[in-house]
Design a protein around this ligand. Structure first.
Ligand SMILES: Cc1cc2nc3c(=O)[nH]c(=O)nc-3n(C[C@H](O)[C@H](O)[C@H](O)COP(=O)(O)OP(=O)(O)OC[C@H]3O[C@@H](n4cnc5c(N)ncnc54)[C@H](O)[C@@H]3O)c2cc1C
Length: 305
């Protein structure tokens, strides 16, 4: 069984930054990434990145190209297509899809994933979360689109899409919107948008090139079915924490940490980036900063006599 000083789970910007800090502070580390590539959500960012000082990046891929050129990443040699399966809090054993490790310290940087709508499983006309309504909404020109959700992202998407689409239906599960007032005010001015309150999708059916959505609603006055060209779910995200089941969570499966990024269950398990932050604070700069704090704290633990 391999012994690892610091095992990092996740090759997004948080995990990669932690690897850089391990190199900088002279800690030996191993990074495992579930996917067959590094970058995590960076590859989904099609917008310009203006909030990771000091540079402005055209998109997430441009940032990732820069990051992967960092000499420390090459030195770490991340292991791809290897996912954490379980972690034993009492024995410090970590199981992955390829191996078992005995670790001194563990960093969970497994990020967050979009929530899914089971009733739409297998539907080919669902736009993925990486669909950018700022950069790609023109693809929906003269199409009918159902946007699902009642938060900021749903309203922003509906507003962006409405500039090109023929018609936008916003399906909201509750009887109110959770979005900021500026988005709600903008929504009210859109002539080609209608809102379905207290509405959920029950099932779907392909109709030639379009999709019929069967709706379940608290109101009798709303149609039980709509037919659209595309569906864009914007119903939030959850932390990728299911494999860390003994650790305490908050909100949508985000790992709880203290001020040094240590998780609840143990002194040797840290979490950083989106898996520990919750949707409102998900950001590149926070993940990078937390990586420094976690690894610095680990190095101070090791130095202590
Ligand atoms: C469309 C979009 C636009 C955005 N725009 C901005 C922006 O302009 N500015 C900004 O600051 N932020 C932006 N963000 C948010 C930002 O991308 C995230 O906050 C950041 O990338 C999170 O990094 P992370 O390393 O914590 O997680 P992630 O990037 O999610 O990386 C986690 C990695 O862990 C891997 N993983 C998951 N489970 C396991 C497992 N069991 N074992 C091993 N590996 C695993 C995943 O495959 C993934 O590669 C945007 C996000 C999106 C989706």
């Amino acid at each position: 069984m391999e012994h690892v000083q610091v095992l990092i789970a996740g090759g997004g910007i948080g995990g990669l930054s932690a690897a850089i800090w391990c190199q900088r502070l002279g800690l030996s580390c191993l990074l495992v990434e579930k996917a067959d590539h590094l970058g995590g959500q960076l590859l989904q960012i099609r917008n310009e990145i203006v909030d990771l000082p000091p540079r402005v990046y055209a998109n997430g891929s441009a940032l990732l190209d820069d990051l992967l050129r960092h000499p420390a990443i090459d030195a770490v040699q991340p292991r791809l297509e290897e996912a954490i399966i379980s972690i034993d809090v009492s024995t410090r054993m970590v199981k992955t899809t390829k191996s078992d490790y005995r670790v001194d310290f563990f960093i969970a940087a497994t990020g967050a994933s979009p929530n899914e709508i089971p009733a739409l499983s297998g539907c080919k006309k669902v736009l993925t979360t990486s669909f950018s309504t700022t950069a790609q909404a023109d693809m929906l020109s003269a199409q009918d689109v159902a946007v699902i959700g009642g938060g900021d992202r749903a309203l922003e998407s509906a507003s962006n899409i409405s500039r090109f689409a023929r018609h936008v239906d916003l399906l909201v599960r509750s009887d109110h919107l959770r979005a900021r007032s500026e988005w709600i005010a903008r929504l009210e001015k859109l002539p080609n948008l209608r809102v379905f309150w207290e509405t959920e999708i029950e099932s779907y059916e392909a109709r030639q090139d379009r999709i019929a959505l069967r709706l379940r609603s608290a109101s009798n006055s709303q149609p039980a079915e709509i037919v659209v060209d595309w569906i864009l779910p914007r119903i939030g995200v959850h932390g990728n924490s299911s494999v860390f089941s003994p650790l305490a969570t908050f909100g949508d499966a985000y790992l709880k940490t203290d001020e040094f990024q240590r998780t609840s269950a143990s002194e040797w398990i840290y979490a950083l980036g989106d898996v520990s932050n919750g949707a409102p604070y998900a950001s590149l700069s926070l993940a990078v900063g937390q990586a420094m704090k976690a690894v610095k704290h680990i190095s101070l633990q090791i130095q202590q006599p």
